[in-house]
Design a protein around this ligand. Structure first.
Ligand code: PEP
Length: 252
C-alpha cells in the first residue's frame, strides 16, 4: 500500500503574526508547489487566518493545534471546528501529549473532538504516545492501544481514512532524544495492526501514521524509510523554514 507522506509543523505557542508571516513565506517559497508530499502547518489561533491567506495559492494546507468539540456556546477561550473550517483549515491536531498532561484532556474528551472534527470535514491528527515511566515499565503498547481505541470510538470505517495518527513518545518531544527507527517502527506496526482490526486491512492500510518527537533533517531519512512511518509531526524543527523545508524534502 502506497501512502502519500505527510509532514505537519506544530508551531505550538510560538510566533507573533509577523513572525508567522515570515515563516510561512519561507515555507511557501520553497515547497509551496510540493505535491509528492502533503505539507501542513499548524500556527497558533492568532495567526490561523493570516497564515491561511498566505497559503491560499499553494499546496500547503492549514491545520489547527486544538479545537473544542461543541459547535458554539459558553466555552470561553475555545474555538470550534466550524470556526476553523470557515478559515479554510483542513487538519486539526488532537490529543497532543501537552494537552493531555498540562490541560487534563482525557481520552473521552479527545474522542468527542475527533468525532466533531470529522463531522465538520476537518482531518484529525490524533496523537498517542507513552511517557518515559510507561516505556520503562514495559507498558508502551498497552498505553498506545488504550489511547488509540478510546480516541477512535464511534469512527466508522468510511470516516477512518480521513484520520491521521501521530505516534509521539512523550520522552522524545522537545527533548532531542529521538526514538530509534526500530523503536518507532515497532509501535507504528502495532498501531497499523490495531487499525486493520478496528476498520479492516484495506482501511488500515490507507491511514497515515506520523512519527513525532525530535524529528530533524538529520534523523528523518532513517525514520521515514520505515514501512509504517508515513511522515512526521514536527515541533522545534518546524519553527525555522530551512529545517522544515529540509524535512519536507526528506519525505519526497
Ligand atoms: C510535537 O510537539 O509534536 C513535537 C514532535 O515536538 P518536537 O519535534 O519539538 O519534539
Amino acid at each position: 500500500m502506497i501512502r502519500k507522506k505527510l509532514i505537519a509543523g506544530n508551531w505550538k505557542m510560538n510566533n507573533t503574526s509577523s513572525d508567522a508571516a515570515d515563516l510561512v513565506s519561507g515555507i511557501v517559497s520553497e515547497v509551496g508547489r510540493a505535491n509528492d508530499v502533503d505539507v501542513v502547518v499548524c500556527p497558533p489561533f492568532t495567526s490561523i487566518e493570516s497564515v491561511g491567506k498566505a497559503l491560499a495559492d499553494s499546496s500547503v494546507k492549514l491545520g489547527a493545534q486544538n479545537m473544542h468539540p461543541e459547535r458554539s456556546g459558553a466555552y470561553t477561550g475555545e474555538i470550534s471546528a466550524g470556526m476553523l473550517r470557515s478559515l479554510f483549515a483542513s487538519y486539526v491536531i488532537l490529543g497532543h501529549s501537552e494537552r493531555r498532561a498540562l490541560f487534563g484532556e482525557t481520552d473521552a474528551f479527545i474522542n468527542q473532538k475527533v468525532l466533531a472534527a470529522i463531522k465538520s470535514e476537518l482531518k484529525p491528527i490524533l496523537c498517542v504516545g507513552e511517557t518515559l515511566e510507561e516505556r520503562e515499565a514495559g507498558t508502551t503498547l498497552k498505553v498506545v492501544q488504550t489511547q488509540l481505541e478510546a480516541g477512535l470510538v464511534g469512527v466508522s470505517k468510511e470516516q477512518a481514512t480521513s484520520v491521521v495518527i501521530a505516534y509521539e513518545p512523550v520522552w522524545a518531544i522537545g527533548t532531542g532524544k529521538v526514538a530509534t527507527s526500530d523503536q518507532a517502527q515497532e509501535v507504528h506496526a502495532f498501531i497499523r495492526d490495531l487499525l486493520n482490526k478496528l476498520f479492516t486491512p484495506a482501511v488500515g492500510g490507507k491511514i497515515r501514521i506520523l512519527y513525532g518527537g525530535s524529528m530533524k533533517p538529520a534523523n528523518a531519512p532513517e525514520l521515514l524509510a520505515q514501512p509504517d512511518i508515513d511522515g512526521g509531526l514536527i515541533g522545534g524543527a518546524a519553527l525555522e523554514a530551512r529545517s522544515f523545508v529540509d524535512l519536507v524534502k526528506a519525505a519526497s
